[in-house]
Design a binder for this molecule. Structure first.
Ligand SMILES: [Zn+2]
Ligand SMILES: [Zn+2]
Length: 329
């Protein structure tokens, strides 16, 4: 099937250590198979991963990308290209890259399986959130599918359970939570005045509040600190309904490893979102942080039984199993 990719034109600036590398924005173009950034042409094959924080797009380049190009090597010193994309176009650019790359990868997988005489093992799904193609070959058919490109969790019939635009894993505490505001802008402004420019991040309300306190304490200009704390609190704390408030409470207990207290809260939340992998991962983290890797492993297995392609649950299960092996005589 021929998939059309209308070209996306945008303006951008290269970023380094949180600072723009030019005063003026340059022209960019995302086609069906390449990204053109000023004079640089980057085929999508040279991109290993994309991530979006606020309007900042980070492109992790494949190890051999840019071998021929000195300017590209210089720009992506740590293997990542960072762009500040103008006028709300960052998500469209990311989606174009993810969609084109994922369709190609899925087609390649199909061809490989067909060549090996195992075409019947091929299984794929389209994410209803970002339209990326997801390779599910060889994985159990479970109630949920997780999109690694946009973090949307959806059911087999394509119904969205939780949208990646609102529910994500927090960059700071690693827990599944509501992240309504992308905190990069405000977070960056506050730190720029205290002399530090971190990369923008997705933060849950607890971590945003914690970081705002840290800014206040580390900033010698207490007045500015206070101002930014108020700004941060207004910008990054989404209005929470009862279940989100409960999730905040459960995650705070989970982070401290107080799993017996967190458990009834997660059980209650799971009634609203039965066997949701994000909630089960949080509950598993509560056990892991509380020194109970065996209990954690059970929950990560439950998350995978509910969503077989959840790579975070898989990684955490391996971690918990290593912990179980250590504690078992
Ligand atoms: Zn998606
Ligand atoms: Zn957090």
């Amino acid at each position: 099937m021929q998939v059309r990719f209308p070209d996306i034109r945008f303006k951008f600036r290269f970023m380094r250590s949180g600072r723009p590398q030019s005063a003026l924005a340059r022209k960019g173009l995302a086609t069906g198979d390449r990204l053109v950034l000023g004079k640089q042409v980057i085929p999508y094959d040279a991109i290993a991963r994309t991530s979006l924080r606020d309007e900042h797009l980070a492109l992790l380049l494949a190890p051999d990308a840019g071998r021929e190009s000195k300017p590209l090597r210089k720009l992506a010193k740590d293997g990542q290209l960072r762009l500040a994309v103008s006028k709300g176009m960052a998500q469209a650019v990311k989606r174009q890259i993810d969609r084109a790359r994922s369709l190609k990868q899925v087609a390649q997988r199909h061809a490989e399986l067909a060549q090996a005489g195992m075409a019947e093992q091929f299984r794929a799904a389209a994410c209803p959130g970002c339209h990326a193609a997801l390779d599910l070959s060889g994985l159990d058919r479970t109630p949920y599918v997780h999109c690694p490109f946009c973090e949307t969790v959806f059911k087999q019939d394509g119904t969205v359970a939780t949208s990646g635009s609102h529910f994500l894993f927090c960059d700071e505490c690693g827990m599944f939570h509501q992240v309504e505001a992308h905190t990069g802008r405000c977070y960056g402004v506050a730190f720029s005045l205290s002399g530090v420019l971190p990369e923008p991040q997705h933060l849950c309300s607890r971590c945003a509040a914690r970081i705002s306190r840290r800014i206040l304490l580390s900033n010698p200009l207490v007045f500015f600190g206070l101002t930014f704390m108020v700004l941060l609190a207004r910008n990054v704390t989404p209005k929470q309904d009862e279940s989100q408030h409960q999730l905040t409470k459960a995650n705070a207990l989970a982070e401290k490893g107080r799993y017996t207290e967190a458990e009834p809260l997660y059980i209650d939340l799971l009634r609203g979102l039965p066997e949701h992998p994000g909630l089960l991962v949080n509950q598993g983290l509560a056990h892991l942080n509380g020194g109970d890797p065996m209990g954690a492993a059970l929950l990560f297995r439950r998350a995978l039984a509910s969503c077989s392609n959840h790579s975070r649950a898989r990684g955490l299960l391996e971690l918990a199993e290593r912990g179980t092996a250590k504690t078992t005589p």
